[in-house]
Design a protein around this ligand. Structure first.
Ligand SMILES: Nc1ncnc2c1ncn2[C@@H]1O[C@H](COP(=O)(O)OS(=O)(=O)O)[C@@H](OP(=O)(O)O)[C@H]1O
Ligand SMILES: Nc1ncnc2c1ncn2[C@@H]1O[C@H](COP(=O)(O)OP(=O)(O)O)[C@@H](O)[C@H]1O
Length: 200
């Protein structure tokens, strides 16, 4: 609970039954000016203890049809069976809500990955095992997510040949892309950059 704000550079808050004074710095982040970091009274370690697990992000990347969602679902089910709390952020699903304003041009994909990376970071901070399954075709975008989560980012590459993914084509999208009815489809006329430092 915030108690006083008389000095603009310090606030007093109760943390675990103790009144502490914390320095707060006013900052500018992107277009957000005059903002302060609000400390939480419950710390990350306390959340980990409550949940009996450590938060992290399992980032599954690969071509459409490579098996990302299938693996995400099996992993989540297995973790649940073992009493571990997880949550899946699937590209298709996130594009139904948070990222429905984004398409598939390069800058939109980059923004898609950035937002999912930020959300995944919050889930991991909350103590969950966050499973992100997105094509995430550009190495620099995945690496930016890794940089946000030191020691808590597990990158899993679904290393399936394009020919196999295309043969599976469960949504018929490769067929449409080959027919020129979808432009900029990953693996066909948009690049996929495989990881250089994945964990699998
Ligand atoms: N142009 C193009 N390229 C690739 N994929 C396309 C495209 N258009 C639609 N889709 C469908 O969108 C799903 C991928 O969304 P993602 O958010 O994972 O993509 S990305 O990470 O931003 O590249 C992807 O889902 P998955 O097949 O599960 O990978 C497709 O169903
Ligand atoms: N290990 C696997 N072996 C054979 N088929 C698989 C395997 N994993 C997924 N599939 C199948 O491949 C297709 C694409 O899987 P999916 O998980 O939807 O891929 P993605 O999420 O990468 O688009 C689905 O029909 C799925 O049943």
């Amino acid at each position: 609970m915030k108690l006083s704000f008389s000095d603009p550079t310090h606030i007093s808050i109760w943390i675990r039954g103790e009144l502490k004074t914390r320095e707060v710095k006013m900052s500018t982040m992107g277009n957000s000016t005059n903002i302060f970091w609000q400390e939480s009274p419950v710390g990350k370690l306390e959340r980990q203890k409550l949940l009996n697990q450590k938060g992290c992000v399992v980032w599954i990347t690969g071509l459409s049809g490579s098996g990302k969602s299938t693996l995400a679902c099996s992993l989540s089910r297995e973790l649940h069976t073992r009493g571990k709390l997880s949550y899946i952020l699937d590209g298709d699903n996130v594009r139904h809500g948070l990222n429905k304003d984004l398409g598939f041009k390069a800058e939109d994909r980059t923004e898609n990955i950035r937002r999912v990376g930020e959300v995944a970071k919050l889930f991991a901070d909350a103590g969950l095992i966050c499973i992100a399954s997105l094509i995430s075709p550009y190495r620099k975008d995945r690496d930016a997510c890794r940089a946000m989560l030191p020691d808590a980012f597990i990158e899993v590459f679904m290393n399936m040949p394009l020919a196999l993914c295309e043969e599976r084509d469960p949504k018929g999208l490769y067929k449409l892309a080959r027919a020129g009815k979808i432009k900029g489809f990953t693996g066909i006329d948009d690049p996929y950059e495989p990881p250089l430092n994945c964990e699998n």
